[in-house]
Structure formats: structure tokens, C-alpha cells
Design a binder for this molecule. Sequence first.
Ligand code: G3P
Ligand code: CA
Length: 236
Amino acid sequence: MKILGHRGAAGTTPENTLISFVKGLELGVDGFEFDVQLSRDREVVIIHDERVDRTSDGIGWVKDYSLKELKSLNFGVGFKTYAPIPTLEELLEMFQDKSLIINVEIKTGLIQYPGIVAQVAGLLEKYNVTNQSIISSFEHRTIVEVIKDFPNLKTGLLYECGLISPWLYAQDMGASHLHPHYAFISPELVRECHARGIGVNTWTVNEEWEIERAIVSGADIAITNYPERFSHLRSE
Ligand code: G3P
Ligand code: CA
């Protein structure tokens, strides 16, 4: 099972900042999962929420800030440190030679960002990491768009509810991966997916029993806030 650092190494460092991604790398991750939104001047920035309030010293919607304005905020306040918001381009530039799995979660919820898929795909192409990247989203229309417009990209259907035969859903849609919450993984799910060539990547696997559940299921990837907890298990 491969390990992706969730928002970097969000359990111990400011989520979705370069400090957190560097920490994840130090902890031996196979790649990263992170979230993207668009600034007012249409830069792809790495941040989970549609607003800056929870993770920075600012207030308001990401979409209302220019990149320069976002860069003036501190996203390290929760950890009593300084950490600016990174752009997707900065992250790709920093890690392009590391052969990491890049899982970009496209956040299209309350706020819609027309064109964000093409922008993300363009940057992955520019840094020559398309083959090692997965685009995931809870909004499955976004996944349909990726499959249609960027068939070279892998796709992950995010969900956190019980679905009947989700492997058939993924197969019919043409998605390459399911991304279930760990509560919805099982050996049967993984078996049915693998029989159809569909990968299973589960999240956010933090506690010991959750890690055990992911391992027993046979999932391909576990996404975690605490990559160090997996290093310990894997070295036993
Ligand atoms: O992609 C897995 C996970 O990150 C989805 O939930 O809310 O942490 O983005 P969330
Ligand atoms: Ca996410």
C-alpha cells in the first residue's frame, strides 16, 4: 500500500503549505493529496476551504483575493509559525523530480470555478507529471469532465456514503479509481474494483485501527495526516 500525505503532513504542520509538503517528503510519503481553488486573478492555489478564515490570519473568500493579497496572509498561525499559501505551480516546481504521486482534489462546492480543470491539467502537463497524477473530486461532474477532456489523467471518485456496487458506477463512468472514506472500504470492494482494473485509494487514515482496516482491505493507497504512523507499521 502506498502512502499519500494528506494536505502535506497536516497532523503536525500547517496544512497545504510547502512546510507541510517538505515534512511529508521527510517522512517518506509516496506522494501528496491536496486541494485547489482559484484566486481572483485565476491562479491555482493550494487551500482546502473556499474561505481563508480557518487556516490563516485573514477573512473572506479565496475567490475574492488576488494571489498577491493571498500571499500577504499567514497560513501558519495555527502552528505559531509563518507559512504562505503555495500555488500549484510552486509545488510542482519544487517536487517535479521526485516521482511523487500527485493527487489534486478539485474543490467545486458552493463556489464553482469554470476552467479550473483545464488549468490544473495544463500545469501537470507543463511539469511533465500527468502520468503520476490523479484528479479527484466529490463533485462527480468534474470527474466526467476530466475523463472527457483529459483522458490521459487518472481520476478518483471521492465519496463518504454507502453506495451499492460502486465498482460498477466507476466502471460505467470510466473513472480509474474510487476514493472512499475508510469507513466504506472492504476486501470485497477492493476485489471487485481490481477485477475491473479500478484502483482504490482511501482517506483520511490516521488512527491505528483505521490503518489496519486499510491494510486488510488491500487498498492501493492510504491518504493520511500522519505518514510517520505508517513508517512505523511498515518497518515492523
Ligand atoms: O481526498 C481525500 C480527502 O482529502 C477528502 O476530504 O475534506 O479532507 O478534502 P477533505
Ligand atoms: Ca482533500
